[in-house]
Design a protein around this ligand. Sequence first.
Ligand SMILES: [Zn+2]
Length: 405
Amino acid sequence: MKETELIQIALMLTPPWKVAGCQFDINQKRLDIHLDFAKGSRFSCPTCGQSDCAVHDTDQKSWRHLNFFQHETYMYARVPRIKCSKCGIRVIGVPWAREGSGFTLLFEAYIMLLAPSMPVKRIAELVSEHDTRLWRLLQHHVNEAREQADYSDVKQVGIDETSSKRGHNYVTIVVDLKESKSIFATEGKDNTTIGLFKDDLVKHGGDPEAIVDVSCDMSPAFIKGIEENLPNAQITFDKFHIIKTLNTAVDEVRRQEQTGHPELKNTRYIFLKNPKNLTRKQEDKLGDLKLKDLNLKTMRAYHLRLNFQELWLQPPDQAEHFLKKWYYWATHSRIEPMKKAAKTMKQHWDGILNWFKSGINNGILEGINSLVQAAKARARGYRTNDYLITMIYLITGKLQFNLPS
Ligand SMILES: [Zn+2]
């Protein structure tokens, strides 16, 4: 078998396309494959499908292909323009690449395979390509797959924000809680982001009035955006964010108290954790603090937080009674940050208790959030949020890509 035949089979080329020749350069670590079509071949019109159109002229093009072992591989072909009796002169598509791309489809599929698990800058080094070309490729496939995505069944969503560029900038992410996938991401974290989500949902066959449950944090912007755009949605405040509010209050108590109690220095993370997650050392430290019996406000604040968490373990008919008891305890604690946190809970009362009706799975937002952290790492070192958003869709969107596997 001739090497050109072997390559022809490996590329799965079908007539009239064939391998015309190849050059293998050991020193340059490079393989060049020249493709061509048989003289006199006729092609179908890409616009109307009419077969048997004559070639008008050709345009020489090249594509980067998958490496042949460590050798960079390029393909070359003269791409015909045909003359259709109905449509006139048209450029035909080639089976190994999409129009306008300088990469073959298999090369693109390879980059798409690497991108979720490796920073794009690193992939660019690995394949010796400019990273902006790779980003363009990723954005093309993500946008194309998103255009096809159908969100007509979405009924329960979670809304969360993530900071990019060291907290100067935010991206809002909307998650389909049933399918546990991101369905929308946009710059910003104000109420208008929910309006943009609504418009995008409609574009994908979804119905804003069919959204019955939304899980989010207690930010006034999201609450306002939901009320304005998702008229039938009941808000359930996310457990993770509620605990975060209480943790912030506990830490404020600890910081105020450590001036008079130096033993509280460097204990921040002890009070942010749950007892079962403490390291041995942290456990000992907490034990010491308890033994000394200093009647610390920090300790009482910590117990208020731990007790609140038991809300989610209550039978539904006991939940409000439990919350009322907790509220009474917190507001009578004579610890200002905890009293303030309790007032926040009072303002968001129904949305906290809605959890017992909506049954929203708190783990889904947290699970996606850890994937979003991975997306950030892949898009690190770039100024634009567009790259981060592309990566969020790629890693957490469960999109269907139109690529060879
Ligand atoms: Zn035509």
